[in-house]
Write a protein that binds this ligand. Structure first.
Ligand code: ATP
Length: 381
C-alpha cells in the first residue's frame, strides 16, 4: 500500500517560538499482561492547546490520559512535560488538574468547600485568599452564587462545572478531562462543551480531553487524535480529519461517509489553467466508472492504471441529479432529522448515504465531482 499523505501523527518537535511541547509522549507503550492498552504512541501537545483523544471503546484513551496524569507508568517510552521527563514524578507533583466522568464531588462538603479542597495543599492557603479564589472560580464556571450549596442540589451539568472549578483551583499547568460529559443528556452536553471551551480559552490552559463522541471532538478541539487499538491513526485539526481522513477507519468513524473501492482504468491530467493542473483517475466501481481527483501538480497521488483505489465521498457532497460522476440507485431508507433527511440508497447491494431537504423515493441519480472524493488508500496492482 502506498501512503496517501495527510498531516503526520507527530506535531512539530517544538512550538513556533522554539519551546518544547507542553506534553510529549515519546514511543509510549502500556501493557497489562498480553494487552497493549497503549502501543508505541508518540504525540506532541502544544502549549495552550485543546487536544482531544477520540476513538471507540477500548482504544486506549483513558490509559493515555492516566499515563499523562501519572496514575500509570509506561512499560516503555517516555512522558515529558515541557521537555522534562516526568517518569519518576508522582501525580500530585505533576501540576495537573483532572476531571473524571463521575464528577466525584464530596457530598458532605458545600460547593465552596469542594473547590477549596484542592487549595489545601497549595501554597498560601490562608482563609481569605482561599475564599477569594473559590469566588473567582465560581465566577469562571458561571455559578457565582453556589458556594454554600449542597453539591447534590445541583444539576449534572452544574456539578461537572464545580468539578472543573475544583480541578482548576490550584492553577495547574495542565487540565485533563476524561469523558466529563458522557453522563449528561445531549442538549446539556452541547451547552456545556461551549462553556468548557470558553473557560479553557480564557485561561489558555493546555487541555487534554477524552470523548468517544466524534461530533463533540470536532466541535471542541484545536487538534484531535483519532485512536484505534492503542494508537492514534490520525492526529490533525478537526477540519483536516473530516475533509482528509488518513484511513478508511477514520473516514468511517468521524461522521457519515461513503466508501468506494475500485480499479483504476485511466489517469488523466486535467488542465483548469496552467497553474492549476490536476490529475483525475477513472475508477471502475461496480457497474459505474467514477472520476476521482488525485491532487494538483507537485502533490498528486502516485496512482497507475490497475491500482486499487479506496476513496470516500461525504454525504453532503453526493448530490441528487448533480455532480460529474453519476450513480443510479434506489431509495432504501429515509430518516427525517429536522434540518435534513438522511437517505440511504441501495446501489446494486451497496449502501450510499445522502442528505437532502426534499423527500426522495424510488429510483434516483446521485453524483459527485472529482474534487469532492478523497482517496484514503492506494493498493498497487
Ligand atoms: P472506554 O471508552 O471504554 O473508556 P478507552 O479507550 O478509554 O475505553 P482504556 O480504558 O484505555 O480504553 O483501555 C484500553 C485497553 O486496555 C482495553 O482493552 C482495556 O480492557 C485494557 N485495560 C485498561 N486498563 C486495564 C487494567 N488496569 N488491567 C487490564 N487491562 C486494562
Amino acid at each position: 500500500m502506498k501512503a496517501v499523505g495527510s498531516e503526520g501523527d507527530r506535531g512539530p518537535a517544538r512550538g513556533p517560538d522554539g519551546d518544547p511541547p507542553a506534553v510529549e509522549l515519546d514511543g509510549v507503550t502500556k501493557r497489562y499482561g498480553e494487552t497493549a492498552a497503549v502501543d508505541s504512541v508518540s504525540l506532541r501537545i502544544r502549549e495552550g492547546e485543546f487536544f482531544t483523544l477520540v476513538g471507540p471503546s477500548g482504544c486506549g484513551k483513558t490509559t493515555t490520559l492516566r499515563l499523562i496524569a501519572g496514575f500509570e507508568t509506561p512499560t516503555a517510552g517516555a512522558v515529558r512535560f515541557v521537555g522534562e521527563d516526568v517518569s519518576g514524578v508522582p501525580p500530585e507533583r505533576r501540576d495537573v488538574g483532572v476531571v473524571f466522568q463521575n464528577y466525584a464531588l464530596f457530598p458532605h462538603m458545600t460547593v465552596g468547600e469542594n473547590i477549596g479542597y484542592g487549595l489545601k495543599f497549595a501554597d498560601s492557603p490562608d482563609r481569605q485568599s482561599r475564599d477569594e479564589r473559590v469566588a473567582e472560580l465560581l465566577e469562571l464556571v458561571d455559578l457565582p452564587d453556589a458556594a454554600d450549596r449542597d453539591p447534590e442540589s445541583l444539576s449534572g451539568g452544574q456539578q461537572q462545572r464545580v468539578a472543573m472549578a475544583r480541578a482548576l483551583a490550584p492553577s495547574p499547568d495542565l487540565l485533563l478531562l476524561d469523558e466529563p460529559m458522557s453522563a449528561l443528556d445531549a442538549q446539556l452536553r452541547e451547552r456545556l462543551r461551549v462553556q468548557v471551551r470558553a473557560i479553557q480559552s480564557e485561561l489558555g490552559i493546555t487541555t487534554v480531553y477524552i470523548t468517544h463522541d466524534q461530533e463533540e471532538a470536532l466541535a471542541i478541539s484545536d487538534r484531535m487524535a483519532v485512536m484505534r487499538a492503542g494508537a492514534p491513526e490520525q492526529t490533525a485539526a478537526p477540519r483536516d480529519v473530516y475533509r482528509r481522513p488518513a484511513s478508511q477507519f477514520v473516514a468511517k468513524f468521524i461522521g457519515d461517509n461513503n466508501v468506494f473501492v475500485g480499479r483504476v482504468t485511466k489517469v488523466t491530467e486535467v488542465s483548469a489553467d496552467a497553474a492549476d493542473d490536476t490529475s483525475v483517475a477513472a475508477v471502475d466501481v461496480g457497474s459505474e466508472t467514477l472520476r476521482v481527483a488525485l491532487g494538483g501538480a507537485g502533490d498528486a497521488l502516485d496512482v497507475a492504471v490497475g491500482d486499487r483505489l479506496t476513496f470516500c465521498v461525504r454525504p453532503e457532497y453526493l448530490r441528487i441529479d448533480g455532480g460529474e460522476s453519476r450513480i443510479r440507485a434506489t431509495v432504501a431508507n429515509a430518516e427525517f432529522l429536522g434540518e435534513t433527511t438522511r437517505v440511504t440508497l441501495d446501489w446494486d447491494g451497496r449502501d450510499l448515504v445522502v442528505r437532502t431537504r426534499d423527500p426522495l423515493s424510488g429510483g434516483v441519480v446521485a453524483g459527485f465531482d472529482p474534487e469532492d472524493a478523497h482517496v484514503v488508500r492506494v493498493d498497487t496492482s
